[in-house]
Design a protein around this ligand. Structure first.
Ligand code: EPU
Length: 345
């Protein structure tokens, strides 16, 4: 483990990305405070090399080495309750806190809101970039504001939820302001006794299988159910390299869905507003024969084909090529374009 605010040269990022890719970087620093980040950038980046911010590297594909770059790993790890009233608790969380550690921290204090987002890999600072979501809840439902350090001016800026321009796995930090900020803190608004949300997917069945009394379901029960579902479906990056869903679920116009229905009547879909439909990318990929198919050191996972895995020794380029082949076959068969969910560096 490196000391905070220290910098190393010519360092491998292998242990800093869940694909386990052996990319090299010229300069690597770990920071645990805003002051630490400012000091590192001022001292070590006078030439204004590109700066990349890493959380736990769980949604990133390294397609190259980064010799002419400064990589900063965010270790800002404080969690504080800022305010509370009878119903609501406002929690301010450092960007370097691991997301699931935060979920457990809130559940241990009787706070609800994050239980459906249990076991999502990654850090709190990465959560707003991606607008992480699972089982019918997304970060945008709970976030109040974001504090971030501008990497050029080194000023702190505050973003309201509105400023973040959240969408499905989207935010202003992934589009207009991409690469410009280090997210230092996130303010969340949690509840003392919010009703649990168990409508999505297998949560209700899983709770029943766990013999939980349906009249007394606690947020911790929901969290345990979500953990069980995720563990059963999604490969553990500690065992087999991956970055969760590689693609987003595509959203298409109803008109297009209706025409596809003629050829593929069993195609699942979920309404998005009144004009569009979301199609599960996993289904499209499975129909193209990729489910569980291995190609060299990579492939689509056997239980959840939306997850592309590194069986060991894959390069970023090999994974990208596989992803492009999957995209091409979905395009050829369905005329639907799969968009990456993972960030490619
Ligand atoms: N499906 C198949 N074949 C499969 C698996 C799934 O056809 O092998 C179809 C089924 O129709 C199923 C549907 O896909 O009903 C949806 O599957 P699932 O509930 O597993 O969710 P997903 O849409 O594939 C999304 C998120 C996940 C999140 C889950 C649960 C995206 C891109 N992915 O996956 O998030 O955990 O919902 O809410 O939105 C991530 O972002 O990295 C991630 C894992």
């Amino acid at each position: 483990m490196l000391k905070n605010n220290l910098i190393v040269e010519n360092y491998t990022l292998k242990h800093h990305n869940t694909f386990g890719l052996d990319a090299q970087c010229g300069l690597f620093a770990q920071i645990s405070s805003v002051e630490g980040a400012r000091a590192v950038i001022k001292r070590y980046n006078p030439l204004k090399l590109p700066i990349h911010i890493l959380g736990s590297g769980s949604n990133i594909l390294f397609s190259k080495d980064f010799y002419g770059a400064l990589i900063i790993k965010n270790y800002i790890r404080k969690i504080e309750i800022i305010r509370r009233d009878a119903e609501t608790v406002w929690v301010l969380v450092g960007g370097g806190v691991l997301w699931h550690d935060l979920v457990l921290w809130t559940l241990n204090r009787g706070l609800s809101g994050l239980e459906n987002l249990s076991l999502i890999p990654g850090t709190v600072g990465a959560a707003p970039i991606q607008n992480i979501g699972a089982y019918g809840v997304e970060l945008a439902d709970l976030l109040l504001n974001v504090e971030a350090l501008h990497l050029e001016t080194l000023d702190i800026h505050h973003f309201t939820k509105n400023d973040c321009a959240f969408g499905y796995r989207e935010s202003v930090f992934k589009s207009k302001l991409k690469g410009q900020y280090l997210i230092t803190k996130v303010m969340l608004q949690l509840s003392r006794n919010r009703e649990v949300n168990i409508e999505y997917g297998d949560i209700r069945n899983t709770l029943a299988n766990m013999n939980i009394d349906s009249n007394h379901i606690t947020p911790t029960d929901v969290s345990n159910a979500v953990c069980n579902i995720r563990k059963a479906k999604l490969p553990d990056p500690a065992m087999i390299g991956n970055a969760g869903s590689f693609f987003k679920n595509p959203v298409i116009l109803n008109q297009k869905w209706e025409s596809l229905q003629n050829d593929f009547p069993e195609m699942p879909h979920y309404a998005v507003g009144t004009l569009e439909a979301k199609i599960p990318a996993a289904w499209l990929i499975e129909q193209c024969g990729w489910k569980g198919k291995r190609v060299g050191n990579t492939g689509c996972h056997a239980r959840q084909p939306l997850v592309i895995v590194n069986y060991g020794g894959a390069t970023g380029l090999e994974i990208m090529t596989h992803a492009e082949n999957v995209q091409r076959s979905v395009r050829d068969k369905f005329g639907i374009e799969l968009m990456q969910e993972v960030n490619v560096w």
